[in-house]
Design a protein around this ligand. Structure first.
Ligand code: CP
Length: 370
């Protein structure tokens, strides 16, 4: 059974197929209006959401299916201490597919490991948000006509911004991509993204602090919110929250066809005056999010005719590593799902043999064997 937990769970060819189907859904919505009749999607949201939850629900309804779910941990039996593994086994008795958002990193992965139905990661802590990435790729594809050969600026909270981690992971598989990583020192991209994706694949990137200096070379500017909910200290958040504010003046030096994306919600980092700029694409992005989630639901439920009925047996060499797991190390990431699920074995995969670095299979936190 296929799940979508990490952008690397699909090959580039599969993602390209999703983009093609998304394009066809826009052109021929009627063709898809009943394909999920009799099927149910469960939205399991342990953390707040507007776009992701409602776009999943809207997507399933537009496919003719039904939706069940909860929108906060408080309104589910998680508040009584039910584990993620037990919850998904129960949900598997009610629904055909589930989308899960959770504040703890790796929770959707734990669900997938115990699930009788396909599980979609709808955002796990500061880790990954693969369906936002599909949304971003669809937006870029629709507006620029391609996903390759571009200079992509990612600006703001690159440390906790899960959408940034997933987007870099996904774009690094396309040719001619160059990243400009724009952030203050405190919010730089995690080392594991640099070492295991950018350096390993020799993707060109620069790390800078000035948005103004980076602006003229960008084809895509991906703005992000400073993730208040992930900070250990409110004081630190207040100090960094307005580190970048995009204004019409700042855009004077941008390319005429640059696309401004933002996963939303926006707080202060894009001035409302920018909304009138034809380069502002963040509300179009929300629409494409619903379309690509329709394509994704169809793929995982295998309800559509071609092209999804010709999936490769081997899901591709570029997919996520599924090598041997070891259990004698301990994950010390305070945001990892292992911190709240005491029964869950701490499990690791080798990341770098030379330095004896392992990564937690749930949250990807690195641990070195002594
Ligand atoms: N982009 C995004 O994940 O938005 P929500 O938090 O509203 O779902």
């Amino acid at each position: 059974m296929r799940h979508l937990i990490d952008p690397m769970d699909f090959t580039v060819e599969e993602i390209d197929q999703l983009l093609e189907v998304g394009d066809d859904i826009i052109k021929n919505p009627q063709k898809y209006s009943q394909v999920c009749k009799g099927k149910k999607l469960a939205t399991l949201f342990y953390e707040p959401s507007t776009r992701t939850r409602l776009s999943f629900e809207s997507a399933m309804m537009e496919l003719g299916g039904d939706v069940i779910g909860f929108s906060s941990a408080d309104s589910s039996s998680a508040s009584k201490g039910e584990s993620v593994a037990d919850t998904i086994r129960v949900i598997g008795c009610f629904a055909d597919i589930a989308a899960m958002r959770h504040p703890k990193e790796g929770a959707p992965m734990v669900a997938a490991m115990n699930s009788p139905i396909p599980v979609i990661n709808a955002g796990d802590g500061g880790h990954q948000h693969p369906t936002q990435t599909l949304t971003d790729l669809m937006t870029i594809h629709q507006l620029k006509g391609r996903v390759d050969h571009m200079t992509v600026g990612l600006c703001g909270d690159l440390k906790f911004g899960r959408t940034v981690h997933s987007l870099i992971t996904a774009l690094s598989r396309y040719e001619g991509i160059r990243f400009v990583l724009i952030s203050p020192d405190e919010l730089k991209i995690p080392d594991y993204i640099k070492e295991e994706i950018l350096d390993k694949k020799q993707i060109p990137y620069t790390e800078v602090q000035s948005l103004d200096e980076a602006m003229p070379e960008l084809d895509i500017l991906y703005m992000t919110r400073v993730q208040r909910e992930r900070f250990a200290s409110e004081e630190e958040y207040l100090r960094l929250k307005d580190c970048y504010i995009l204004t019409p003046e700042k855009l004077e030096h941008a390319k005429a066809d640059m696309c401004i994306l933002h996963p939303l919600p926006r707080v202060n980092e894009i001035s409302v005056a920018v909304d009138k700029d034809p380069r502002a694409a963040y509300f179009k992005q929300v629409f494409f999010g619903k379309i690509i989630r329709m394509a994704l639901i169809m793929k995982l439920l295998k309800v559509t005719p071609a092209p999804f009925d010709h999936e490769p047996e081997n899901h591709g060499t570029e997919c996520r590593d599924t090598g041997d797991v070891i259990n004698h190390l301990h994950c010390d990431n305070p945001r990892c799902i292992t911190t709240i699920e005491q029964e869950l074995p701490h499990s690791f995969r080798m990341a770098d043999e030379k330095s004896k670095t392992y990564r937690c299979i749930y949250c990807e936190n690195p641990v070195q064997e002594k």
